[in-house]
Structures are given as structure tokens and as C-alpha cells.
Design a binder for this molecule. Structure first.
Ligand SMILES: Cc1ncc(COP(=O)(O)O)c(C=O)c1O
Length: 423
């Protein structure tokens, strides 16, 4: 199946007489006839549902759809994109370990890695993702366990060189995790370029309508944990909390997701509700259509901004003269996403006046849904970061993030034009 068909058809496969539409299994618990049957589930000796904190059929159907779209072997939904990135890393890192992450990532992930993981004894080195391979190679340590980046970075809309980082990670015996939220599998499938694990904030384009916070982790099944057994004891040595199961031996290519489900979800409980998974599935059914329109509109808006005398600079990888256009042609040949960044001449005061003058393009924290919206990261999402951290993350203090929706492009441009007249 091509990606458009997967958006619509993958996941829920009803059998004879079952509902055509994905049912919401609004149940915390599942019935068994004997205690032996139930016991086998707890020993991971039999497959089946027993408690929604670990697994639920609605969630699993939607995870299976995203898994098919990304071309992975196993996937799980989480309560948010934050939970997805936390689980993705914490599943293979513990106190005393180290990870390498691009510094140009979403502010929430930056805080998670730089502050919260640090409190748990996991150290993160943030890197300029444009550094040459030889420079980046020097940052690996014996305790480095994973490398992390975003396909298209939020909010700087830079393109991550997946193949470069996959080569680096693999030559140091560690996997590459790519947050594919902005590109979505419609525009880029990181596994095709060597990424090992993909994460999503499904809250964004996948849901697409700003209705449900959620996340997803997909495993390619390609990383050989047993070949690097000393680095990943959580997957390659017995788990005492499951009667000594060795995940990599028992579950093969599904080991990573099985461990994340049966251990992290069991203990930390960041599940997506089946109701949210249902909304997400409806969003996924039109993702291919929306992404096309987001990209068309964003390119029209980017070209308009580029020729506007009030605008100091524009970043959008689909523009031919953009710094990331070559990488975009390779990784995102059908278009990148609907998000672009630009700066207004003058500075903070003009930026705020401009944003406050917009009519239907609204100021919201959210990004990447059907409605056009705008944000000034230095005042909002990234306000915890110091000026130095902002600059390191490539977030200029004048950066405005515009998430171009699926309205009519002329109307979006008209709204921007009338706001420019106010400054
Ligand atoms: C690229 C990226 N990853 C992760 C997240 C976190 O996702 P959530 O808000 O669903 O927790 C976001 C949120 O904006 C994001 O943009």
C-alpha cells in the first residue's frame, strides 16, 4: 500500500460482523475465564489485553496504523509527545548514561533532556546539528547510549541530516531516534534513511484539529540490541520484575516496544485514552490530503513574506534559496510541512504589534493543525531558556513561528498584509 492508502486503511481490520469504524474500547479491564489464563498474561507467556494502562485494542489499532505508515515493526501510543520522547530515551538509558541531541529541538524536549533527565542521572550533550561529522564524532563517550534529532526542527524549521546522524550513531554502536512530528510519515519516513526509532507528538498534524494531546513511538526493529548487549542491559539481561525475561531474546524485533509497554507503561502509566486514540485515527485518515495543502499554502506564504519590505528574513526549507533546501530535496521531496519562521524588521515591539493585529491567524501555543496560528517562541514556548540557550538552539529573539493552516492561501496572505499595515 502507498502512504495515502495506509492513512485510510491501515490499523483496524474488522472481522466478519465487526464494526467497520474503529470501536472505542472504553474499558479499563478485560475478562478471563480462569486464573491460569490471566496469570499467563502477567508472565508475558500469552498475548491478550488485561488492563488499559498497558494495552487497549483501540490504541493498538491506531499504533498499528502509524507503525505501517512509518514502515516499522512495532509501535505504542503515549499520552503526549513529551511522554513519547521520554519513554523512547528512558527505555534504553539509565542513571550514569549519556545521550547526544541536536540543540535545535522543541523547547519542551530540550528541557526534558537538559533538566529532568539530568536529575535522573542521565546527561545530555546538545550539539549544533550542522557540525561536520568528524566534529560530532568527538562528542561520543563510552557511556553514550542514543542520538536524537527532529526531522524538521521546532521552531527553527531546519532539516536534520538523518543519514549523517545514523552513520555516526551506528559507527558508535548506538541507535538514532528521530522525532518526526513536523514532517509526518506522509512527507518523510526516517527509517528509510537509517533512523532506528521514530517518535511523534500526535497532537500536531496527525490529530490535525487540535483536539487530542498524544504521542507515539515506532521501532524499525533494525537495531541489534544483542550485538551491543553490554550497552543495553535493560533489553539483554533478565528483567526481575518479569520473572527473568530477557526482552531481546524473547521478543526479537519487538523487544524495544515490548519492554516500553510492559515495563515503562506499567510503572509510569502515561497512556493515551482510547477516546483520544479514536480522534487521532480520524485525523490520520485525512493526513495525506492536509499535508499537501499545508505545504502548498506555506510555500505561497513564504514567497509572499520573502518579498515583503517589513520582513528581515524567512526560513522555510521548500524555498529554493533556503539554507536547508538541499537537505529538504533529499528527505522531503514532496514538501516539508506548514510551519515557517520569519523575523520582522525593527524587533520585539513591531513583532508584538504585528501579531496582535492579526484577525483569523490567532496567537496560540499550539502548532501544526488545520487553522493558521502564530507564536513568538522567545516570549512563549522557549521562555525558560536563557538568551545564550536560545541562540545555541538557533532561536533568534525576533523569530516568529507561523503555522500555516489549510484555509485559502490568499486569505492567509491578506490577513498578514493588513497586520503589516499596522506597524
Ligand atoms: C517536535 C515536537 N516534539 C514533541 C512535542 C511535545 O509534544 P506534546 O505537546 O504532544 O507533549 C512537540 C510539541 O510541540 C513538538 O513540536
Amino acid at each position: 500500500m502507498n502512504i495515502e492508502t495506509k492513512c485510510v486503511q491501515a490499523g483496524w481490520q474488522p472481522k466478519k460482523g465487526e464494526p467497520r469504524e474503529l470501536p472505542i474500547y472504553q474499558s479499563t479491564t478485560f475478562k478471563y475465564d480462569t486464573s491460569e489464563e490471566m496469570g499467563k498474561l502477567f508472565d508475558l507467556e500469552a498475548e491478550g489485553y488485561f488492563y488499559t494502562r498497558l494495552q487497549n485494542p483501540t490504541n493498538d489499532s491506531v499504533a498499528a496504523k502509524i507503525c505501517a505508515m512509518e514502515g516499522g515493526v512495532a509501535a505504542m501510543l503515549t499520552s503526549s509527545g513529551q511522554a513519547a520522547n521520554f519513554f523512547a530515551v528512558f527505555n534504553i538509558c539509565e542513571a550514569g548514561d549519556h545521550l547526544i541531541a541536536s540543540s535545535s529541538i522543541y523547547g519542551g524536549t530540550y528541557n526534558l533532556f537538559g533538566t529532568t533527565l539530568k536529575k535522573m542521572g542521565i546527561e545530555c550533550t546538545f550539539v549544533d546539528q550542522n557540525l561536520p561529522e568528524e566534529e560530532l564524532a568527538k562528542l561520543f563517550k563510552p557511556n553514550t547510549k542514543v542520538v536524537f534529532g527532529e526531522t524538521i526542527t521546532n521552531p527553527t524549521v531546519s532539516v536534520f541530516d538523518i543519514e549523517k546522524f545514523a552513520r555516526l550513531a551506528h559507527s558508535h554502536g548506538v541507535p538514532l531516534i528521530v522525532d518526526n512530528t513536523f514532517a509526518t510519515p506522509v512527507n518523510c519516513r526516517p527509517f528509510e534513511f537509517g533512523a532506528d526509532i521514530v517518535t511523534h507528538s500526535t497532537t500536531k498534524y496527525m490529530d490535525g484539529h487540535a483536539t487530542a494531546v498524544g504521542g507515539c513511538i515506532v521501532d524499525s526493529g533494525n537495531f541489534d540490541w544483542l550485538a551491543h548487549a553490554d550497552k543495553y542491559p535493560g533489553l539483554t539481561t533478565p528483567d526481575d520484575s518479569y520473572h527473568g525475561i530477557v526482552y531481546a531474546e524473547r521478543f526479537g524485533k519487538a523487544a524495544y516496544i515490548t519492554k516500553a509497554t510492559s515495563q515503562l507503561m506499567r510503572d509510569l502509566g502515561a497512556i493515551q485514552s482510547p477516546q483520544h486514540a479514536y480522534y487521532l485515527n480520524i485525523g490520520l485518515e485525512s493526513l495525506h490530503l492536509r499535508m499537501k495543502k499545508h505545504c502548498e499554502n506555506a510555500l505561497a506564504v513564504a514567497k509572499y513574506l520573502k518579498n515583503n519590505e517589513n520582513v528581515a528574513w524567512v526560513s522555510y526549507p521548500d524555498l529554493e534559496d533556503d539554507k536547508y533546501h538541499e537537505l529538504a530535496k533529499k528527505y522531503l521531496p514532496n514538501g516539508s510541512c506548514g510551519v515557517l519562521a520569519f523575523g520582522i524588521k525593527g524587533g520585539r515591539e513591531e513583532s508584538i504589534k504585528f501579531m496582535d493585529s492579526l484577525k483569523f491567524i490567532t496567537i496560540v501555543t499550539h502548532v501544526a493543525d488545520a487553522r493558521s496560528c502564530i507564536l513568538h517562541p522567545a516570549s512563549h514556548t522557549h521562555r525558560q531558556m536563557t538568551d545564550e540557550q536560545l541562540i545555541e538552539a538557533g532561536v533568534a529573539p525576533d523569530l516568529i513561528r507561523l503555522s500555516v493552516g489549510i484555509e485559502n492561501a490568499d486569505d492567509i496572505i491578506a490577513d498578514l498584509a493588513q497586520a503589516f499595515e499596522k506597524i
